[in-house]
Design a protein around this ligand. Structure first.
Ligand code: ZN
Length: 421
């Protein structure tokens, strides 16, 4: 016999952090009605309507925060170190199954919204179809489908290579027809073997055509930039998010260009710095060093990774000093960075100078703003989707508490995470 679920859920916790940057509310409560947040406030001030059935949750010594928003994932990635050039040789069916596994893992780790920054063919669109049918669980998804690349450019093997403003506009229209929520551009080369990471890819004229076309549809664009000229070009074209934001010259030298950072801030463009992958690698190698020691080659890799990660942290701090807004995005499961570890990005933001509360905002409200979904998710406010995470301890004091997820609520439902730890 099935009984109807109570429409209301009352969640009480030692503290509630709403994601806006306001101080943690001690002994707070959140009232959910169906898939929405009905009210947020102190324990005494929040109650279900008189006589209404209500399911209660009491979390001692725990904190309720908004569901995390990871503005940069690659759902089809394996995170086992294989290059994208190899990943793309796998059949679409295998990649779609991997995407389903990654979506589930990320949800269980506390991420309730992701922006996918590029997949092969129709794989992520098919995953969304399966999720809407209830076949497999996962976070809310903001999808690019295939990234827009030049011939031989970064991620061009995923299926779109465009030349000239007309083909660029056509690519945008085709992706939106297939269900893209935004457009991902690779504005410089990257790890793709036939691309040039230190050089721009599209011309400014082509980038303008892409940005203009996507804005015409009321949607946004995010651009991969592995070197400085790419950032200048996309800023000229009217981009909404800059990904990676690596301050590097065509000869490979690192050089922070304050005029670029100032322009990013002036135009209100978000930066997704993707620091978590480097931190993940450093932490993994340091653990191995302590447990069993490192080979000479691994020690070299660790030294090199530490230097590179520190450089990125320094540039991150300089950009923030000049007023750049940061949105947290992991870039997992690219390279060796498996999904389920978005918290490496929030840890890195604190290592780069943010307070823990600023890092929480960058991983919730600001990340949602950068994905253009702030009207429905990113903060705990009446009327928004009931996406919440419960963590042990107080992440506004110690950002590491975000790793200790006790429960996840998606659209008002407590997610059954099985024996996930
Ligand atoms: Zn990426």
């Amino acid at each position: 016999m099935s009984e109807t679920q109570p429409a209301f859920k009352l969640i009480r916790a030692a503290r509630v952090i709403d994601g806006t940057g306001s101080p943690a509310l001690e002994r707070g409560a959140v009232l959910l009605e169906g898939d929405r947040i009905r009210a947020v406030g102190s324990e005494e001030s929040i109650a279900a309507p008189e006589g209404a059935p209500v399911e209660e949750f009491n979390y001692e010594n725990k904190t309720v925060i908004p569901g995390l928003v990871d503005c940069h994932v690659h759902l089809i990635g394996m995170g086992d170190g294989r290059a994208g050039d190899e990943l793309t040789t796998l059949p679409d069916e295998v990649l779609t199954l991997q995407a389903a596994r990654n979506a589930r893992t990320h949800l269980f780790s506390g991420v309730t919204t992701v922006r996918d920054c590029g997949a092969k063919n129709q794989t992520t669109f098919r995953l969304r179809q399966a999720m809407e049918m209830g076949i497999t669980p996962g976070p809310r998804m903001v999808l690019a489908g295939r990234p827009v690349a030049i011939v031989g450019g970064h991620l061009s093997y995923f299926g779109v290579q465009a030349t000239g403003p007309d083909e660029c506009r056509a690519a945008v229209r085709q992706l939106i027809k297939e269900g893209a929520d935004y457009i991902k551009i690779t504005a410089t080369g990257g790890s793709t073997r036939t691309s040039f990471a230190l050089r721009p890819s599209f011309t400014v004229e082509e980038l303008k055509a892409i940005c203009d076309e996507v804005h015409k549809f009321g949607k946004h664009a995010a651009a991969h930039c592995a070197s400085s000229q790419g950032m200048s070009n996309v800023l000229e074209a009217g981009i909404d998010t800059i990904i990676h934001a690596v301050h590097r010259e065509p000869d490979g030298t690192s050089k922070f260009r304050p005029e670029i950072a100032e322009r990013i801030a002036r135009q209100g463009v978000f930066v997704n710095a993707t620091l978590g992958g480097g931190r993940n690698r450093v932490v993994t190698l340091e653990k191995k060093m302590q447990a069993e020691g490192l080979s000479e080659q691994e020690q070299e890799e660790l030294d090199q990774m530490r230097r590179a990660h520190q450089q990125r942290l320094d540039d991150f701090a300089k950009m923030r000093e000049l007023g750049v807004q940061m949105a947290a995005g992991s870039d997992s499961a690219w390279g060796k960075y498996k999904m389920g570890g978005f918290q490496h990005e929030t840890d890195s933001h604190v290592a780069g100078g943010m307070t823990p509360m600023e890092a929480i905002v960058a991983a919730t409200a600001d990340s949602a703003r950068s994905c253009w979904v702030q009207d429905s998710v990113g903060t705990l406010e009446a009327g928004k989707q009931a996406d919440l995470v419960v963590v042990d301890g107080d992440p506004s004091q110690d950002i590491g508490a975000l790793w200790d997820v006790a429960d996840v609520f998606l659209a008002g439902d407590r997610v059954d995470r099985g024996n996930f730890v």
